[in-house]
Each structure stands twice: as C-alpha cells, then as structure tokens.
Design a protein. Structure first.
Lengths: 349, 373
C-alpha cells in the first residue's frame, strides 16, 4: 500500500512539462500565438486518426476533444500514452475544466423521456450524463489513478483548474497532473450561450462559439528533473476576485512589489463586456504596456477552457522570452468573477 | 443541512436517529413517463407542484447561511474562500429552460454568483462536479487550502436536486424497480435519488481560537483516489486506496475508527464492492466498527451525499448516538459480520468517524473526523 510520506517542510515548485491542443481547423500548436487567424468554420474533427477507433464510439464530443489534446500533451512531455505503461500511475492525477461538455446529452435524454418515456432512453448515455465523464475518461485512457477533479466554475474554470492542480501537487496528492480545458460547440451549447449573451449584448448572435481543448502537464519540479523532462515554465501565484475589476485580480496574483508581467493573456474581447474591463486592467502598466494576447480572436469563445489555452499560449511565448513573466486572466464576461495566474519563464542557458 | 427529512442539521439528525424516511411518491416529473414511482425529494415546490429553476442553488445558500451563523463568521474578518461540490449542478434548471422555456443563464449552472449575493466571500468560490463524491472532494481541497496558507477559512458546501435526465436513465437502468434504498441488505433492489444540501465552515484550530470560535469537530484528513477502471462501475482497489490515503493523512490505523458512514447506495454492485473494500482495510477488526447507511432514509443525494454524511458524523460524535440503517435485516454475504446499525439508533461514545463517498467515474474521497479537544 503506497502510504504518502508526511507533508513536506518545503512546498514543492510546480513546472509545466507538456503542452497539447485539439482545435478542429488548427494543425499546429504555433498557430495559437503566431498571429494567424485560421478559418475554423466547418473544419473536420477526426479523433480516431489520433486515438484509434477503440473506445470512442459512445464518447461525447467534449471527451474526444479532451482525449486528443491530452494525448498530445503527454507525448510532448515524453510520457507514455498507454494506461498500462503509465509512469507512476498512482501519483498521476487529472484536473479538467469544462462547463458545457455534457449539456447536449442532458437535453437529448430529457427530450426522449418527454416524447417516448424513460423506457426508451439508452443506458449508453448514462456515463455522459455525469458532468465528470471527461475527467474519468482521461484517467481510464491514460492510467491516472491519483486525484481526479472536474471543475465546473464558469469562465474562470480553466485558471481555477490550474490552481487546484498545482495545489494538489503542493499537498502531495500527486507528483504529476494532466490539466485539460475543453468546451465543445453543438446546437445546445450555441443556444444557451447566445441566450445568455443576449443579456449583455444585442450582438450575441455574432458570437463565435469555440470548439476545442487544451492540455498541459504539471509536475513537481524535482520529479520533472529526475526524469530529465523539458520544462516550459513554472506555475506561480493565483488570485480570484468576485468583481469584474481586472486590475484587482492582476495585482492579487502578481503581488504589490514585484514588477508587472511582460505578457498579459486577456479575457475574451468584444462583443463581450470585458473589453472595458481589459482597458481598465491595462492602466496598471501605465506607459509600458505588456504584450497582450487575446486567444478569443483565434479560437472564438472557449469559456471554461480558456484558462488552459492561455497557459499553453503563455508557455509558447515564454520559450522565446526567457526570464519573462506572463499572467493569464479569465472572467468579467459571463458572470461576476475573475481569476488570474502567474506563469514564469525558465532560463535554459 | 437540508434533506427530505429536515431543514436544519438538528432536525435532520433527530429524524435520522428516529429512523424517519424521506421516501415519497414522485412529484417532480410526470409519473406516466417512468416505472419508478418513489424518490426522496425535498417538498418545497408549493401547492401547485410546478417545478421551478434554481432549487439546488437556493438550498446551497440556505445551508451556507446556517453554517456561517453557527460559526459566527463575520465577512471581512478573515480571508474566506468557498468550495462547492455538486453532482448534477443546476442541470435541472437547464432542462426546464430547454424543455419548458423557463429563463436560465449559462452562468447559473454553478451557484457562485448566488452564493456571493448571500454572503460576501472575498476569496475564490470554486465549484467541482465530481459526481457522487463531489462535496467530499471539496472538503479535502479545503483542507489543502488551509494547510497551504491560501485561506484562513473555507466554506465547504454541497447541494443537489434531482434532474429528469438522470432520473430517467436511472429508471431505465434499474430493472428491479426499487421502492426504497436498502444499503447492504440482501434483498436490496437498487438506488433511488434524493435531494439535499450541507455545509461546514473549516478553519485551522489556531484561527478558530484567535476569533474565539468553538470547534464542533476536528477534520483529521481526507483521502482521494481515482479507479481509472470504468466510467460507472466501482472498483475495490480504488476505494481501498482512498481509505488508506485518508488514514495516512490522519496519521491513524483503522483501529481508531469507531464509526463508518458508508457510501451504501443500495445497488447490487456498490454495496458488494464497498463491503469488500471495507473488509480489506479493517481486516479482522471489521466487526468492531459501527456502520451506518444514511441513504436508507434520504436516498442518494448525489454530490451532496458526502457532506451530508459528514455533518451527520459530526452530530454522532457530539451527541453520542448513531442513526440506524432503516430497512436493513439481512446482510449481503460480503457484509457478513459487519456491525451495521439497524432498527434503532445506537447510543455510545464516538471519538472518530470515517465518511466514504464514491462517484461515477471511479472518483473516491474518504474523510476522517474526530472530537475536538
């Protein structure tokens, strides 16, 4: 029986050792940050090409997107993708952020119940009714037996997931965690998002609902060093505020005395209400504004997945800017609440 | 705590000890569409019985209010965060929006905004949807937040209402058409959903004594694991790992456990696998642990069930009585020799209690609580 050791005197550092995305229409990770705007409309999604056919038949779209991005991140981190061969399975955890993943199954099943009665529902839909099906499917596929969390916390979910994953490693619940953000696009998702957007914008109909998944591998820095893993960046502090004032969460995460980050991954921009909030946040930097990266321009509205996409974007940028610091911020658009997390570059020289 | 048998922790626990059942005829949905006709609903829909949105969120705010009042927590005094565990979120409200056209916003799927309006929480409010173990995972992560110094106080809450889609699929999958939940009973016929909510205020003992708050109980530790085995079926090895992790974090051997609040869903598979896992962990001492199955009275309250059982366990420790598992007469083979409290409440001192919570996807969280010294 693997008893965990007593809690450490020193809290471990957390590093990022693998990146992956799955966005139909984007073939290369670099497209996320290189300024190109790929045409994502009507792009095909063929998960079997990456994952093989086995075990995919009854998975919902969100789960398939998540499995694809996670596999890419594991490969990028030089970790096995087969459950049986997984590296220290019992201390490998999963944290997923998604809000919209199973809404289509819920609405489909309730339609069947109303139109044909419960006898005509399919038990095969049962796993997909459970909001955590994505997190458990990842654990089964890749052999991750430690902590397994499904974060459903609205638009800050991605940032929150990174924070909870880092905390889980700090608290010795895992040495390594696969963090995945995913939101699918389908008829139910489009309908609820547009209905909700119309509360704040008559331009809700213009919203492009994103469809994709991002994944990162977080590790205890010592474990990563032991296995000789390449380190993209280090996870640092987090801050959440109930208000839409982005400057508060930025300062909360950054701390008062430290210099402000060189890269700011901003929350989703127009037509959402967060564009004013972004302007307010930028005032913090005064005359030396940061490089701003708004992934919504590439991906559309990715809601609870955004924070993990932002983490991937930050790592790609930090590879070219050693010793720099990035901050990712989500929120201020769909509900009250904003969250930020600091990601630090690594000097590889 | 709010369940189908009471609207305060005191009411609920008295009802549990008296063996009161919350089992009642299905009210939420059109009975003609289903074979199963019983649930453990909270009867709060009003005289006309029309379903309304936001019930789980409403209970969540109510139980947080109860806990905050009892703790004497003052907003602004401490760095307060909140962790919420729920299995079915506000998916019932989504269904009412989709099928009945009731107003609903995507941000209402989780209850953070409503909770924020009820009680100002300056720190993060994070919602986890870890199936039927959600609120116990929230309790464990709250413990971590305190240990890491990320917050002074964490409000932990769980709440779940019954969704029509889950009830419908459960109906389709339950061939034996259960009329009540009978954990570990040989003649059990399956699980029935219930509704409920519970909350606790968690803080370090130093912080509690600084603000002169009286602790109700000690949280010794919360263990977690994932089976990585099957999307819906339970797995003994994963359950055992979560229990051993909890004991390890608590710095205890199984000998210390006086009471086990079992997950006990009354399904064929859960009860067999959980009983085997309990036997593996407790070994020859298994007969010396009192075991109670609350779901026999309040049904399966999904993601709230772990925290409902946690609040009940705290009452067991402070009152020295343990609720019976109603409808239990003959154990399944796997539970032979277990001391399952049945018939009436058992009176006697309880120092340390373990609470099991296992969810779909093989997510396991086990909490160990004790008397505050």
């Amino acid at each position: 029986m693997p008893y965990l050791e007593g809690l450490p005197d020193k809290v471990p550092r957390i590093v990022i050792t693998g990146l992956g995305i799955e966005v139909p229409g984007i073939n290369d990770l670099a497209q996320l940050t290189d300024g190109s705007v790929p045409n994502l409309a009507d792009a095909d999604f063929n998960p079997a090409e990456k994952l093989g056919r086995q075990g995919l038949r009854y998975k919902d779209r969100a789960t398939k997107l998540a499995l694809c991005s996670a596999q890419s991140a594991l490969q990028d981190a030089s970790l096995p993708i087969s459950a049986g061969e997984q590296f220290s399975s019992e201390t490998f955890g999963v944290v997923v952020s998604s809000n919209l993943g199973n809404l289509d199954t819920v609405c489909k099943v309730v339609d069947v119940v109303h139109n044909e009665g419960a006898d005509n529902t399919s038990p095969l839909d049962m796993p997909n009714l459970s909001s955590n099906v994505i997190a458990s499917s990842l654990a089964i596929r890749f052999g991750c037996k430690a902590i397994n969390l499904m974060v459903c916390n609205g638009e800050t979910s991605g940032i929150d997931a990174l924070y909870l994953a880092a905390n889980a490693i700090r608290s010795q619940r895992a040495t390594r965690i696969l963090v995945v953000g995913v939101e699918p696009s389908n008829e139910v998702v489009k309908k609820i998002m547009k209905a909700s957007a119309s509360n704040w914008s008559s331009r809700g109909a213009l919203l492009h609902i994103g469809d994709g998944s991002a994944a990162v591998v977080l590790e205890d820095a010592e474990s990563a060093a032991e296995r000789g893993a390449f380190v993209y960046a280090e996870m640092a502090s987090y801050s959440y505020r109930a208000s839409n004032h982005l400057s508060q969460t930025i300062l909360g995460a950054n701390g008062g005395s430290d210099g402000l980050p060189e890269l700011w991954l901003t929350p989703s921009s127009p037509p959402g209400p967060s564009s004013e909030a972004v302007s307010e946040g930028l005032e913090l930097w005064k005359d030396t504004p940061p490089t701003c990266l708004d992934l919504t321009g590439v991906l559309g509205e990715t809601y609870g997945a955004l924070g993990v996409f932002q983490c991937v974007g930050a790592c790609l940028w930090l590879r070219r800017h050693a010793n720099a610091k990035a901050i990712a911020t989500s929120g201020a658009c769909w509900g009250e609440g904003t969250a930020s997390i600091i990601i630090r570059g690594i000097d590889h020289s | 705590m709010i369940t189908s048998v009471g609207v305060t922790p005191g009411d609920c626990f008295d009802a549990f000890c008296q063996g009161v059942t919350g089992n009642k005829p299905l009210q939420a949905f059109d009975q003609k569409l289903f074979n199963i006709t019983r649930t453990y609903e909270i009867a709060d829909r009003g005289a006309e019985q029309a379903d309304v949105t936001g019930r789980a969120t409403k209970w969540l705010c109510e139980v947080v209010n109860q806990a905050v009042k009892e703790a004497g927590l003052v907003p602004g005094e401490s760095r307060i965060a909140a962790l919420i565990g729920t299995g079915l979120r506000e998916l019932r409200s989504l269904e009412l929006w989709w099928a009945n056209g009731l107003p609903f916003n995507v941000s209402e799927l989780h209850s953070a905004n409503a909770l924020q309006r009820t009680f100002h929480i300056p720190g993060p409010i994070i919602t986890l949807s870890n199936a039927c173990a959600a609120s116990s995972f929230a309790l464990g992560l709250a413990d971590d937040l305190l240990w890491l110094g990320e917050a002074d106080v964490v409000i932990v809450a769980g709440s779940d209402s019954i969704s029509e889609s889950m009830f419908g699929i459960g109906d389709r999958a339950s061939m034996l058409r259960p009329e009540r939940v009978q954990p570990f009973e040989r003649e059990r016929r399956g699980a029935l959903l219930g509704e409920g909510a519970a909350a606790v205020v968690l803080e370090s003992s130093e912080h509690a004594s600084r603000r002169k708050a009286l602790p109700r109980a000690l949280l010794h530790g919360v263990g977690m694991s994932c089976d990585a085995f099957h999307e819906t079926a339970p797995h003994q090895a994963g359950m055992v790992r979560a229990m051993m992790d909890a004991l390890s974090r608590a710095g205890m051997s199984p000998d210390y456990i006086d009471l086990l609040m079992a997950h006990g869903t009354g399904t064929a598979l859960n009860d067999q696998v959980e009983a085997r896992a309990i036997r593996e962990v407790f070994g020859t001492r298994v007969g010396r642990v009192l075991i109670s199955g609350l779901k026999s009275m309040i049904g399966h309250t999904s993601g709230a069930s772990g925290l409902v059982a946690t609040v009940a366990a705290i009452e067991c420790i402070s009152q020295g009585r343990v609720p019976p598992t109603i409808g239990f007469t003959t154990p399944i083979d796997e539970a032979e020799g277990f001391d399952i409290v049945a018939g009436e409440a058992r009176i006697g001192p309880i120092e340390t209690a373990q609470v099991n919570a296992f969810g779909f996807g093989g997510v396991n969280a086990v909490a160990i609580l004790g008397r505050s010294t």
